[in-house]
Design a protein around this ligand. Structure first.
Ligand code: PMP
Length: 406
């Protein structure tokens, strides 16, 4: 197979063509949110300019067109992730999806002294909802520890699995370290103990082929805006049996079969979890994003991003006093680093003057930064639309800033 034309692909992203402070934009913050190709913006524009209508309510032509385009997001996501479309609940993103599992699936089951296992490297979205459930029930959140290289301590994890554990919640890929966690192995171990597992795939789905059905987990969540799609889109995948058994989370229109003041009967899953008018334009954009990713292929994307990661890691290591956090063998293209004697926010602010966008701070992962004993890092996260020249610009920028700040 011939390699994709990465230069032509980059030209599909309007924002990447702009300048910041008179310099060409170098966007290295994809782990925060990805840039959007023109095809996504055009799909949303077509909905708003040619067939604006609500979904599932109207029999008229526009309503049918909108419903078909909106539902195509579900079928396309199902195709991408190798799951059944009716096992995908469309929602506003990972945060909502995790809260849905917390309130609808876990809360009714939790007893005092039950345990929810959460890894040290989780995003706050995969910590705080579990803490809220623990506070309500007297259950507790227990940490799955990591090793210095930023990988899960698998021996410790195996030893933590016991009957009190009611859920394991773990990221597929860390948004800070880039570590690709052994979720299949973790799901296998959890299953042996009859413990369900939730995988946060926010940072995985856009960067590698993900076959959810082969992981063996119970819940898989992800967010659309990190996979070239619009903000306010995402999904929960759950086994049909879980979705059937789970009560609705948010009540309202569209999620019911019939309503009277005496009683309400609910629609079947996944619709019983989708109350109210959804982000129609957003999901139409997300359907276009899935088409776009698949036209390139997630295999090709993963290969290209691995090349960029290796190049960037080598180049960054040539900078004196620069420390990279996490060096797992299995890693996605996210690099968190600190430079001796400088603050991450100062680095990021001065890089911005050079047109270079990196994230600085705690990346919604306070417990992970506490583990490394630091208060902030700079994070450069690369996507297939980045180039080696942009990595060079980062390194040059960092050298300049380091000289100024030292
Ligand atoms: N989990 C991970 C690993 C993330 O990187 C993010 C976004 N930074 C989230 C959860 C939260 O996603 P959202 O804000 O789209 O709900």
């Amino acid at each position: 197979m011939t390699a994709p034309d990465w230069t032509a692909i980059r030209a599909d992203f309007p924002t990447l063509q702009r300048q910041v402070h008179g310099k060409p934009l170098v966007y290295l913050d994809t782990a925060n949110t990805s840039q959007k190709p023109r095809a996504v913006v055009e799909a949303m524009d077509a909905y708003y300019s040619q067939y604006t209508a609500n979904v599932s309510r109207a029999v008229h032509t526009l309503g049918a067109e909108a419903t078909e385009a909106y539902e195509s997001a579900r079928t396309k996501l199902a195709g991408l992730l190798k799951v059944r479309a009716d096992e995908l609940v469309l929602c506003s993103g990972t945060t909502f999806a995790i809260n849905l599992v917390a309130y609808s699936y876990l809360l009714p089951k939790l007893q005092p002294d039950d345990v929810i296992l959460v890894s040290r490297m989780e995003h706050h979205a995969n910590i705080v909802p579990w803490q809220l459930m623990a506070e309500r029930t007297g259950a507790k959140v227990e940490v799955i520890e990591i090793l210095q290289d930023g990988t899960i301590d698998m021996d410790a994890f195996a030893a933590q699995l016991r009957p009190q554990v009611k859920l394991v919640a773990v990221a597929h890929v860390s948004n800070v370290l880039g570590t690709i966690n052994p979720v299949r192995e973790m799901a296998k171990l959890s299953r042996k103990h009859g413990i369900p597992m939730l995988v946060d795939g926010s940072q995985a789905v856009p960067h590698m082929p993900v076959d959810i059905s082969s992981i063996g987990c119970d819940f898989y969540v992800f967010t659309g805006h990190k996979m070239l799609g619009p903000t306010g889109t995402g999904a929960l995948w759950a086994k049909a049996a879980h979705l059937e058994a789970m009560p609705p989370f948010i009540g309202g229109g569209e999620m019911i079969k019939s309503v009277s003041f005496e009683s309400t009967t609910f629609n079947r899953a996944p619709y019983k979890f989708e109350a109210g008018t959804p982000n129609i334009a957003g999901f139409i954009g997300l359907a276009a994003a899935v088409d776009y990713l698949q036209a390139i292929s997630l295999d090709a994307i993963a290969t290209r991003e691995r090349e960029l990661l290796e190049y960037a890691t080598q180049q960054l290591q040539t900078i004196d006093g620069l420390r990279i956090f996490g060096d797992a063998a299995d890693k996605a293209s996210v690099i968190s680093f600190a430079i001796d004697g400088t603050h991450a926010h100062d680095l990021a602010t001065m890089l911005d003057i050079e047109g270079i966008a990196v994230r600085s701070g705690q990346h919604c992962a306070h417990p992970l930064l506490q583990f490394y004993g630091i208060s902030a890092t700079c994070r450069a996260s690369l996507a297939f639309y980045n180039t080696e020249a942009e990595v060079d610009a980062l390194v040059t920028g960092l050298r300049k800033v380091r000289t100024l700040l030292a």
